[in-house]
Design a protein around this ligand. Structure first.
Ligand code: SF4
Ligand code: SF4
Length: 112
């Protein structure tokens, strides 16, 4: 099992999650974070910390696409353990539909 970052992180990227993860398994893309599924120890402490409710346990159904995306990009994006300011327009994008198609970027973020 692992926890998974899902669509509502895109363009919100509040980063409250990275500060609480005991094993530092968040990786940063340009517009969202992902969790490395082989490093996550399933402690669950990040889930309630996310203001965008964008972290889910993989025991929830319908997350296959997000599991794949987290596993794939955790390999190439840089590790992130220290919170920075969220994007200025994060609130505007919170809860917006179709963010994967509209805004997903495969480019890496800046990391720590
Ligand atoms: S707290 Fe939530 S929205 Fe913010 S970076 Fe983490 S998963 Fe994404
Ligand atoms: S469940 Fe625990 S180990 Fe996994 S990403 Fe969240 S805080 Fe890190």
């Amino acid at each position: 099992m692992t926890y998974v970052v899902v669509e509502n992180c895109i363009k919100c990227k509040y980063m409250d999650c990275v500060e609480v993860c005991p094993v530092d398994c968040f990786y940063e893309g340009e517009n969202m974070l992902v969790i490395h599924p082989d490093e996550c120890i399933d402690c669950g402490v990040c889930e309630p910390e996310c203001p965008a409710e964008a972290i889910k346990p993989d025991t929830e159904s319908g997350l296959d696409q997000w599991l794949k995306l987290n596993a794939e990009y955790a390999k190439s994006w840089p590790n992130i353990t220290v919170k920075r300011d969220p994007p200025a327009d994060a609130k505007e994008h919170d809860g917006e539909a179709g963010k994967l198609d509209k805004y997903f970027s495969p480019n890496p973020g800046q990391g720590d």
